[in-house]
Structure formats: C-alpha cells, structure tokens
Design a protein around this ligand. Structure first.
Ligand SMILES: [Zn+2]
Length: 350
C-alpha cells in the first residue's frame, strides 16, 4: 500500500477477499442436532443446513447487515461466495443490490456444487451466467472440488473463460479435498481464487491467488495454511466471520507468529494488501481511522482503532462512524427479524 499521499491516520479501502454474506444472520443460530466432530460434520450439520434454509428475503437483510458492518470496519470491497440451494435464481442480484445500497464494492459468485444432484449444479451455473451476462462484477463460483463432478468443474471453468473472469473456489480446506490439486491441475488459471489451501503441498501446481482465512481455519480446526510457504500471491478473507479486515490482519499475524517466532506484522500486512490485485478500485477509496499512524507493527498490537470516515468511489458512505446511505439501526432491526425467521426454520428442520 503506497501511503505517501495519505495522512498518518488514513489508509486505502480494505478488501475482504473471501466472504459469505449469507452467514451474517447465523450468529447465535440454534445448535446443530449433534456436536460436529470433524470439519466435514461442521459443513453437514451447520453450514449445509443453514444454506438450505435461506430464502431471498433472509438473504437480502443478511447481505445488507454484512455490507453495513464491512464499511463500519473500513472495508470497501467484498469478494463474496454464495450458496442458497433453495433460492438460487436471482440470489446474486439480491447480494449485489444490498451491497450497492450500502455503497460498498462487491464481486459476487454462486458456489456451484453437485451436492443437490446434477440439476442443482446446472442451476448454480445458470445463476453465475445470468449474473455475469448482466455485466455486473462477478466471478464463477464453485463450492469445492470434493462436492463436484469433473464435468461441473470443467463447465464452470469454461464459463469463467467465456466471461473473462476467474473462478472462486474453496481448495484443500480440509482432508476431504486432498485430491483437489490433481483434479484442478489442468483447469486453474492465474485469475482464480484458491480459498484456504490448508492441505495443499508447498510446491503445488495450482494457479491463482491463495486466500487465507486464519480465524475460520482455527474455528474449523482444519490446521494452519501457512501461506508464506506458497510461491503465489496471497490475500486475506474472513470466510463469512464478519468483514473487519484490520482484525483479520491481527489474527493472521498472531497465527503466523505462533507458527514462527520470526514472523512479522509486515508479512500479514502484505497479505491484506494482496486484495488490491483482486479489486484495484479499492485503492481509490479512503478510510480515516480514529488514530494513526497506520503502521503494521503498531496495528498488530492495538485493538482499539476504528474507522471514523469511509469514502468509496468519491462518496462518503460512513461519516463519524455512521453510515450515510442507510439507517443502520433499521438494517439491524430488519436483519434481527429475518434471523428470527431463519432460526425458527432451522429449529423445524430434521
Ligand atoms: Zn468460504
């Protein structure tokens, strides 16, 4: 980040390179039917139940709440990865519109999967195509290789090539996805987002940017991705646990330091800056923080800095910590109502 034209308490807009805006309502959700004992069970008992319960109204307020919290955290661009198997068509428009309403930049994709049979995969592909054909900012999403047939992986790759965009895919997050390197070896491109990469070997053959989500990896007990071992670019994401990127930077640093006593905040800061290769427009955005200087060595140990003002594409979207385009209180109230609907639905699921 070239900070030369910025004041000491300013940065460019921060980028969340992997988010799931559909998860904003999930906090405090009903406990799963039993306690998950593996990453696979966390998916099956928590996230794959949640995504099935989502409808477009819940998604709208989940995305608005997530986008609002992002600007309140100094984040000006979100690369989102979405799944709502019972409300696929139009879902990316709902997310993109919610982000536009708050005033944040978004890059949307639908995570294609064969988990709901070949028809489900086709519907997911169609949603990516429909959205991209409308000219909005997006990528082609794939949930993960281990939930997709090869023909789905190839179809998504061809679609991304057709639209001139990359593929946004979870890669080797857990041990269920160990053959991903082999399966994507002839498909991946430099414009792909390889999310997690925990189980990838150091010298893997996949192409793309590694998206590191340290807090999520710790929460899912999948191990440490140690992205400093890879030769390719790295950017930071939250995997749906908010969009507070200064916070994610701190976690990335602390986790790296736990792994290696010589690790420095500068490395984690470089990962945060990796987001500008993906959404260069965020370099035009400005965030004024409650105090400076915005030095990685200082920020890694200072947990009380917050944005006072955020400017995106020349417009002030957060002023004195308050969103300018929407009534933040109303967004929180409406989101809480939808969370209640969601929790009732989850309680009623087998
Ligand atoms: Zn994810």
């Amino acid at each position: 980040m070239d900070l030369t034209d910025l004041r000491p308490n300013e940065t460019r807009g921060l980028v969340c390179a992997h988010h799931h805006l559909y998860s904003s309502l999930a906090r405090g959700m009903p406990a799963p039917p039993r306690t998950p004992s593996s990453f696979r069970e966390i998916l099956e008992l928590v996230w794959w139940r949640l995504d099935q319960a989502l409808d477009l109204e819940m998604l709208e307020w989940s995305a608005k709440l997530g986008a609002l919290e992002a600007i309140e955290s100094g984040t000006t661009a979100i690369i989102d990865h979405h799944e709502s198997p019972n409300a696929i068509e139009g879902s990316l428009d709902v997310i993109a519109s919610a982000c536009a309403e708050i005033g944040i930049r978004s890059v949307c994709s639908y995570g294609v999967t064969d988990r709901h049979g070949p028809e489900g995969a086709v519907k997911g592909l169609e949603e990516n195509a429909r959205f991209l054909a409308s000219g909005k900012q997006g990528m082609v999403g794939i949930h993960a290789a281990f939930t997709c047939e090869n023909e789905t992986l190839v179809a998504a790759t061809e679609m991304a090539d057709h639209f001139g965009v990359g593929v946004h895919i979870h890669v080797a997050e857990g041990v269920d996805d160990l053959d991903v390197e082999h399966r994507l070896e002839d498909l991946s491109q430099d414009n792909w987002l390889l999310v997690h990469g925990v189980q990838l070997p150091d010298h893997h053959k996949l192409r793309g940017t590694i998206i590191h989500n340290p807090r999520s990896n710790m929460n899912n007990s999948v191990g440490y991705a140690a992205p400093q071992r890879f030769h390719q670019p790295v950017a930071l994401g939250t995997d749906g646990i908010g969009a507070a990127m200064l916070d994610e930077f701190r976690v990335a640093y602390a986790r790296a330091r736990e792994h290696d006593i010589a690790a420095t905040p500068e490395t984690a800061w470089q990962w945060l800056e990796g987001g500008y290769q993906l959404v260069p427009e965020a370099l035009q955005d400005r965030v004024i923080w409650s105090e400076g200087p915005m030095d990685p060595w200082r920020l890694a140990f200072h947990t009380n800095i917050r944005p006072t003002s955020v400017e995106i594409n020349g417009e002030i979207v957060l002023n004195n910590g308050v969103a300018t385009r929407v009534d933040a209180e109303e967004v929180r109230v409406k989101a809480a109502e939808q969370a209640k609907r969601l929790f009732t639905k989850l309680d009623d699921m087998p």
